[in-house]
Design a protein around this ligand. Structure first.
Ligand SMILES: C[S@@+](CC[C@H](N)C(=O)[O-])C[C@H]1O[C@@H](n2cnc3c(N)ncnc32)[C@H](O)[C@@H]1O
Length: 273
């Protein structure tokens, strides 16, 4: 398979949504098309018709496909409304404490890390924040550290930023490089990138804010529960945990460990000390 049309993409996204409840319609069209084509080739499918047929009939297959599609998929200012909602929380943290610690758990290629730090920069509080950004994928971590993104994706990120900010672009935060853009690495000088597997490893640090978004989607209930317990230990008193909408942790959330601070944006506060 070489390419798919926008019409075919819309139809496929709808079939996947109906079958799994997962909505890929908010993902950048070009990158999603690229991933569908490469995933189909990996799975040995030769045409969109064959792909659609497999998706409709083979539940095992759809899980494989969705895994391939989602791993690493990320964007700057993903869920713009969430970042608007977090802004006053971040400000309030900086007023309350001198040093605030953040863990980006499952940071992929670093877009969320740049997002947060751009917001902190614009709030004038970046100096107070220290971050740790982890992922199990070393290639992704390398990209995150370098802050090099293609022209194609940066266009999408600019659109996301405009949705968040209601105006403006990100161009003051990057410079043109050969075939990509180079993010201003001063934004992430306060962040340490580290390899970590959320299922099999632990972190011996405490954080005021843990962002773990769109990572637990494919974890089973046992793994999700275990990770939520780990995060509870890694949070300071009153610390916040933010997950992705589709991480589906609400039904398994232990009310002794967390209280829901904002259901819509999946923001939870640690209970206890
Ligand atoms: C879809 S991306 C999400 C990136 C970012 N958090 C966001 O919301 O845009 C999921 C990331 O989780 C990472 N991941 C998946 N399972 C993991 C695990 N067990 N430990 C650490 N990282 C994991 C993947 O490597 C991938 O980079």
């Amino acid at each position: 398979m070489n390419d798919i049309t926008s019409q075919e993409l819309t139809e496929l996204v709808e079939v996947i949504r109906k079958k799994t409840g997962l909505d890929f319609s908010n993902y950048g069209e070009k990158s999603l098309k690229r991933r569908i084509v490469s995933s189909s080739n990996t799975l040995g499918l030769k045409s969109v018709a064959q792909l659609r047929d497999k998706i409709t009939k083979d539940d095992q297959f759809i899980h494989q496909l969705v895994n391939l599609l989602s791993v690493g998929l990320t964007t700057m200012f993903r869920d713009p409304e969430l970042w608007v909602r977090l802004r006053p929380e971040l400000k309030e943290m900086a007023e309350r404490k001198k040093k605030i610690r953040v863990w980006h758990a499952g940071c992929s290629t670093g877009e969320e890390v740049f997002t947060l730090n751009i917001i902190l920069e614009e709030l004038g509080v970046r100096e107070s924040f220290r971050g740790v950004a982890t992922d199990m994928n070393e290639d992704s971590l390398e990209t995150a550290k370098k802050g090099l993104y293609s022209h194609e994706v940066i266009k999408e990120y600019n659109q996301q930023y405009t949705l968040y900010k209601r105006r403006g672009f990100l161009d003051k935060y990057y410079q043109q490089a050969d075939d990509s853009v180079q993010m201003d690495l001063r934004l992430t000088e306060n962040v340490k990138f580290r390899k970590n597997n959320l299922i099999s490893e632990t972190m011996n640090e405490k954080f005021d804010l843990i962002l773990c978004r769109n990572v637990m989607i494919y974890f089973d209930t046992i793994a999700k529960k275990a990770l939520l317990e780990k995060f509870h230990k890694n949070l300071m008193t009153n610390g916040l945990l933010v997950t992705g909408y589709h991480d589906s942790i609400v039904p398994i959330l232990d009310p002794d460990l967390y209280e829901v601070k904002d259901m819509k944006h999946r923001i939870f506060a640690k209970k206890g000390i």
